[in-house]
Design a protein around this ligand. Structure first.
Ligand SMILES: Nc1nc2c(ncn2[C@@H]2O[C@H](COP(=O)(O)OP(=O)(O)OP(=O)(O)O)[C@@H](O)[C@H]2O)c(=O)[nH]1
Ligand SMILES: [Mg+2]
Length: 683
């Protein structure tokens, strides 16, 4: 045991203030030089983290308090980056569970706490943002106790210390009542709680070496850097060690550089021993999960196990007419190499080959995680096209399963109706509704993960930006059949050229345009959202006929409604199965997979892929055999929905038109075979 060290991870739901608290802890520990300029949320050091104000990668730091080194891992709170939290927990001996004193526990709080309890890590509960005018710490603390109990915490785990903090000003109170807290002025109580309740790391410096790599970093000077926890034994600079590889083999290597953490820096070290978190440079080819151990007497640790990905997207070479103009890396080989490189550091991502060498299936935890990867790649100079995200379906004992989420929506009371309606159409089932009496309600749903694709944008529009939306994987459920996709068609350019204000002006009544005047387009490129269900080919390059006559009225003044510039996430949410987002370092374009209008399958109002037309099944809600419904046992009942209308058709016997997947062909086939029992339409 090394009593001079404490290893902790800070875990919480997104935005509850983890990185801000780490800032305050670093500042108060005196780790920065006097006058040193330190940015706010200094641990969020990567460019995308700073732009978006969220933590994406878990990061290590360390500070000293009364002679004890406190190694801290700041983790991301967004559920898409849950894999980062899972492996951070492997490094530490306890956690700070941060909860916003007004928002209370949210889905990711549950997720991270569950992981911490499973790992038997003792928690310190920190109620943060007590300065918020709507803070309700006593009630939130009750909710936290309920959450612990709900997660089957054992008696010991319920015995956690509670602190009340304002991370922004850096104050931690032990008590907080109606009229405020005790007279704490800094984070002393927090530091003391860490020293007193988080156990010193176990492990014996004399034992066989076991150092497990939990993260990788890269430096231009040092190359690949492994971040690792020393579980047993002692490691010296210059030691010859064995790397127990993930494939079971053993490779020997010499340790050339060793570091420990100090604030934002790393100190070179000669020796590190059991209990410490360290950085090791110069070990080529080392991977996350591998163990550095005694080459004579290897004792590898169990590999890190983390949750499976739930969402997949096709990444493919950009083959649009404008491809290769700005990107530096554009071939399928570039793409493959880049994705392979990502796998080394990003443990929650998988990459699969597809039936063409041009395309790869990338699996991750959510749309944001994959969007961040795409955004990072484009900034590095890559061009790539990505398809609509799809949910990973699993087979178990002959059953087809799909992931299910617990979704929490917090919105003003006035929007309950629209929220319920939107989620109903996406197969959300309301499980709980809580009204705190503050004018806002919190609704909990169980919903297939598929129902979340594109939900955020739609929900924000429908609640005028007021809804808070959080979700978390809740398990797997029987696959529920096809789900209605985007209700609108696309406006598609029918020829290449430059857009003109005149052409756009003529089109703007038809829907929402995604391009402005003077933009270069190609045939098959999506230039807007049609307000109807069908796709429409449009000419956006048309010039106004010039006449010699001067018009008497000022009809030249073309007033364009500003077009809607989609962000990467919005574009990914928008596209349908037969569409791609084309990403280059300078532009984002949406396009049809098949560019040539003559060859492209039509998306029609109530067409379907199987019988009526080769477009996508716009009308299908569900297809299942059901004893309870309108038919008799064994009859096939199809639930059909398009736009706001819903219908259900019952057919006699299983021989009913199984192939039909839309209203039109279901009715046609049913009538033709005289199997149609009943058709009910609900409007
Ligand atoms: N009023 C108030 N705001 C706070 C407090 N702590 C953090 N914030 C604010 O909350 C926001 C989120 O803070 P972060 O520290 O980035 O939260 P985080 O938990 O690290 O977020 P992720 O890493 O993305 O999950 C920032 O705008 C902070 O300024 C606090 O105690 N009081
Ligand atoms: Mg953060």
């Amino acid at each position: 045991m090394n009593d001079a060290i404490r290893n902790i991870a800070i875990i919480a739901h997104v935005d509850h203030g983890k990185t801000t608290l780490v800032d305050a802890m670093l500042r108060q520990s005196g780790i920065f030089r006097i006058n040193q300029e330190v940015a706010e949320r200094v641990m969020d050091s990567n460019e995308l983290e700073r732009e978006r104000g969220i933590t994406i990668l878990a990061k290590n730091t360390a500070l000293f308090y009364r002679g004890t080194r406190i190694n801290i891992v700041d983790t991301p709170g967004h559920s898409d980056f849950g894999g980062e939290v899972e492996r951070a927990l492997r490094m530490v001996d306890g956690v700070l569970l941060l909860v916003d004193a007004s928002e209370g526990p949210l889905p990711q709080t549950r997720y991270v706490l569950q992981k911490a309890l499973q790992a038997k890590l003792p928690p310190i509960v920190v109620l943060n943002k007590i300065d918020r005018s709507d803070a309700r710490p006593a009630a939130v603390l009750d909710e936290i106790y309920s959450l612990f109990i709900d997660l089957d915490a054992i008696e010991d785990q319920l015995d956690f210390p509670v602190l009340y903090t304002n991370a922004k000003t850096g104050v931690a109170h032990r008590k907080w009542g109606e009229s405020g807290g005790d007279d704490a002025r800094d984070l002393t109580f927090l530091f003391e709680a860490i020293l007193n309740t988080i156990p010193a790391p176990a492990g014996d410096p004399q034992k066989t070496l076991q150092v497990q790599v939990t993260n990788l970093d890269y430096s231009d000077y040092l190359g690949r850097i492994a971040i690792a926890r020393v579980f047993e034994g002692t490691l010296h600079r210059g030691d010859q060690v064995g790397i127990a590889k993930l494939d079971g083999s053993l490779q020997t290597t010499r340790i050339t550089k060793l570091f420990t953490f100090r604030g934002l820096d790393r100190d070179e070290a000669e020796t590190v021993s059991a209990g410490d978190i360290v950085a090791i440079a110069g070990v080529e080819g080392i991977q996350i999960g591998e163990t550095l151990t005694d080459p004579e007497n290897p004792a590898p640790l169990d590999p890190l196990l983390i949750d499976e990905p739930t969402l997949a997207m096709i990444f493919t070479v950009n083959n649009s007419p404008l491809a290769g103009r700005v990107g530096q890396w554009v071939t399928s080989r570039d793409l493959r190499d880049r994705l392979q490189k990502e796998l080394l550091t990003n443990v929650s991502i998988r990459v699969e080959n597809t039936d063409t060498p041009e395309a790869f299936r990338v699996l991750g935890r959510g749309e944001l995680q994959l969007a961040i990867l795409i955004e990072t790649m484009r900034r590095e100079g890559y061009e790539v096209m990505v398809g609509k995200p799809e949910i990973v379906v699993r087979s178990e004992n002959g059953r087809r399963l799909e992931p299910l989420e617990m979704l929490v929506i917090d919105c003003p009371e006035g929007f309950i109706g629209i929220v319920m309606e939107t989620l109903g159409a996406r197969r959300g089932e309301l499980t709980q509704m809580i009204n705190h009496g503050s004018g806002r309600v919190r609704m909990e749903f169980r919903i297939p993960s598929r129902g979340l694709i594109g939900l955020r944008g739609q929900m924000l529009t429908e609640t005028r930006g007021t809804a808070l939306i959080h979700s978390i994987l809740a398990g797997w459920t029987d696959y529920g059949g096809e789900m209605a996709s985007r209700a609108t068609g696309a406006l598609v350019a029918d020829r290449a050229g430059m857009t003109t204000a005149y052409a756009l002006w003529n089109l703007q009544e038809r829907g929402v345009l995604f391009v402005g005047p003077g933009a270069e387009v190609y045939e098959g490129m999506i230039v807007g959202d049609n307000s109807r269900e069908a796709d429409m080919d449009v000419n956006v390059t048309k010039e106004k006929k010039q006449t010699n006559m001067r018009a008497s009225t000022a009809d030249e003044a073309i007033r364009l409604i500003p077009h809607r510039e989609l962000s990467l996430e919005q574009a990914i949410e928008y596209i349908a199965e037969d569409e791609y987002v084309e990403v280059t370092p300078k532009s984002l374009r949406l396009r049809k997979k098949v560019l040539d209008a003559k060859k492209r399958p039509r998306r029609t109002g109530i067409g379907c892929r199987r019988s009526c037309s080769p477009g996508r099944p716009a009308a299908v809600r569900d297809e299942w055999r059901d004893e309870r419904s309108r038919g008799g046992p064994g009859d096939l009942v199809m639930d059909l929905g398009f736009r706001r209308r819903q219908g259900s058709v019952s057919f006699r016997g299983a021989a009913a038109p199984q192939r039909a997947s839309c209203l039109t062909c279901a009715l046609n086939e049913g009538a033709a075979t005289r199997n149609l029992l009943l058709f009910v339409m609900e409007i």
